[in-house]
Write a protein that binds this ligand. Sequence first.
Ligand SMILES: Cc1cc2nc3c(=O)[nH]c(=O)nc-3n(C[C@H](O)[C@H](O)[C@H](O)COP(=O)(O)OP(=O)(O)OC[C@H]3O[C@@H](n4cnc5c(N)ncnc54)[C@H](O)[C@@H]3O)c2cc1C
Length: 397
Amino acid sequence: MKSEHRIVVLGAGYTGLLCAIRLARRARRTGVRVTLVNPSPRFTERLRMHQIVGGQELADHRISDLIDGTGVVFVRGTATAIDTESRTVAVDAPDGPAELTYDSLVYAIGSSTDTSTVPGADENASTLNSPRAARDFAERLAELAVAGGTVNVCGGGLTGVEAATEIAESHPGLRVTLISRGEPGPLMNAKARAHLYAAFDRLGITLRVGSAISKVLPDGVELADGTLVPADACLWTTGVRVPALAADAGIAVDERGLILVDATLRSTSHPQIHAIGDAAAVRQAWGQVHGTCQSGLPTAAYTADALARRLRGKSVKPFRFGYFHQPVSLGRRDAVIQFTHADDTPRRWFLSGRAAVTYKETISGSPLKMYRLSKRVSVSASLSKGGRATRPERTTR
Ligand SMILES: Cc1cc2nc3c(=O)[nH]c(=O)nc-3n(C[C@H](O)[C@H](O)[C@H](O)COP(=O)(O)OP(=O)(O)OC[C@H]3O[C@@H](n4cnc5c(N)ncnc54)[C@H](O)[C@@H]3O)c2cc1C
């Protein structure tokens, strides 16, 4: 009798969950066993972490419920080492260490905000790296709001913008400063950016643009020119890091630790390993894909389909992806959706106001809908394959 093909998926975030659920259905006739590993028994909706900071309770999603009926086996634990020779993963589980053997491995352990690049950030700033961290920060903000306190949000990327506007809207008693080296919303067109700046004004957010942060102190941040921006609390949203798990295992990674992949998202050094989401260094003809859910979900769906096809001895076409939009919430009552070219540069069109709020909510809720649907049918996870910007290449096996 033909033995089962063992597929271990590391990480049950946005991409790992989709890949495991879709794979279990796509490959059910080829005899696969899919095991999904995650430290928490709950799925974290990272797209909504700033809502926690604004004082909202998020829905509780148990991974066991999300995979119910798929046949995927869930192992609660943290992968601590990968042995590429014996094809095993060491897992630190609550009831002791475990070892999982794989024929194929899907690496989907995501990324987190990097607090190691600026002195003091680790000790003196909070992050949105986990629901616990976001909840602790939310509690601190609620106390400060009563006393009319001050908050620095460091980083003018989309996470910083979403957090600053959410905090300012939900705590009008707080004075919020958004500190950014570059202009917030750099990849928006002038009109969309004007809408963003009008929202900062309306919500009373002070902008400090153009200075790098050199130090985070317990009572504020110091800028490169020596200026102190005092605050009672600090949220760090800038910079991304990935765990060293892949690099430590001798898997080829780029300078940031992301797994280098071929055109079909397999590790360039270990083809039994597939990398998806924020942990993969995915290149397209137009350039490097940056970590977003928008790009991550297509890598997950693609990898599930590619693995299922290979198990049936079929050929696989290269992965193709192009960006479609940049959805940014500005509190609960406003948002900007910048429509983009494949390389994430802005088009002329954007949405704002109520229509954008509805659009953004639809996008944020879509992964959970996708998981439910993927148990029965193959849903498209891509809004765009990039058109001419991702020219098709040769089919590879
Ligand atoms: C506040 C915020 C707002 C965002 N907004 C947007 C947005 O509007 N649009 C957008 O496209 N993107 C957005 N992003 C980015 C998006 O959340 C990420 O790109 C996405 O989560 C990547 O999915 P992933 O599966 O690679 O990683 P994750 O969703 O982070 O999942 C990784 C999983 O792996 C687990 N894990 C980690 N280490 C191990 C280990 N050693 N062993 C086993 N499991 C492990 C983690 O616990 C986690 O469950 C936002 C991010 C943040 C923080």
